[in-house]
Write a protein that binds this ligand. Structure first.
Ligand code: FES
Length: 259
């Protein structure tokens, strides 16, 4: 009888939960798959790689910073030079790991739901040990924050016409803000600025480190929120600039003529 009970307990998907626990992994899995599909088509396979408007006012965040030296073959998307960094940063992010382990590997499908694995080695063996590269991706990803802010600020100035504002400028600004909040809320970055300290008072830069840690903690507390809003908005911004650049829609702005 005892053996029968333990065999039953090990059955995959067993749970006493009565709520719709499967809904979150389903939504997360669908959302991530949609973003991966869209970003791949847009950044790598799309016919117009860098979605710049006529007078180069807006550049899609998928291509910031735009790097495409003349000696490279024309078929190679400039996104290939830069997307590995934000992609690696997000893929190894602690929140995203939890999300796609559940959504794609069902390991576990949800809290208190029986998973198929009979043993657990964590991320200490290959291939999951590679997730520890997150800190290294973080060092590169932080560089994208000022780059995106510079792109956003530049979008308020049209050469020959001066300063103005367009819907695209606002979208690039919101995109830079969301990406900044996601990045500074990173657990690894927060540890980097103030980790390894038993007492702030013993650090030579105690005031600065404490202050930065406090600010980063504000973002860190809602890391999941920033992860999703920044992911969705970067895709929406790319799509918007693509539609403006190809003439499908017109950007409302304060300058005269096309942008
Ligand atoms: S933990 Fe999510 S970005 Fe670092």
């Amino acid at each position: 009888m005892a053996q029968a009970t333990s065999a039953l307990e090990r059955r995959y998907g067993d749970t006493q939960r009565t709520d719709r626990w499967w809904l979150e992994p389903l939504l997360v899995g669908s959302g991530l798959a949609l973003f991966i599909l869209y970003s791949t088509v847009s950044a790598v396979l799309g016919e117009h790689w860098a979605f710049e408007t006529e007078r180069h006012l807006y550049l899609s965040p998928f291509f910031e910073p735009l790097i495409h030296p003349g000696w490279l073959p024309a078929w190679l998307s400039p996104a290939a030079f830069i997307l590995w960094a934000p992609l690696g940063f997000r893929t190894t992010c602690y929140y995203y790991r939890r999300a796609y382990y559940r959504a794609y590997f069902l390991s576990p499908p949800a809290c208190a739901v029986r998973e198929p694995a009979s043993s657990y080695k964590g991320e200490s063996v290959f291939p999951l040990v590679l997730q520890n590269a997150h800190r290294w991706f973080m060092y590169v990803a932080v560089l994208f924050v000022p780059v995106l802010w510079i792109g956003a600020v530049k979008s308020y100035h049209l050469p020959g016409e001066g300063f103005g504002i367009g819907l695209g400028s606002l979208m690039l600004t919101i995109n830079a803000f969301l990406l900044m909040m996601f990045t500074i809320g990173c657990h690894a970055l927060r540890h980097w600025v103030a980790g390894g300290l038993n007492q702030f008072s013993r650090s030579p830069f105690r005031r600065l480190r404490r202050r930065v840690w406090e600010v980063f903690t504000i973002a860190n507390e809602h890391h999941k929120l920033w992860a999703w809003t920044s992911l969705i908005f970067v895709g929406v911004t790319d799509l918007y600039i693509h539609l403006v650049a190809t003439g499908v829609i017109t950007d409302p702005h304060t300058w005269s003529g096309p942008i």
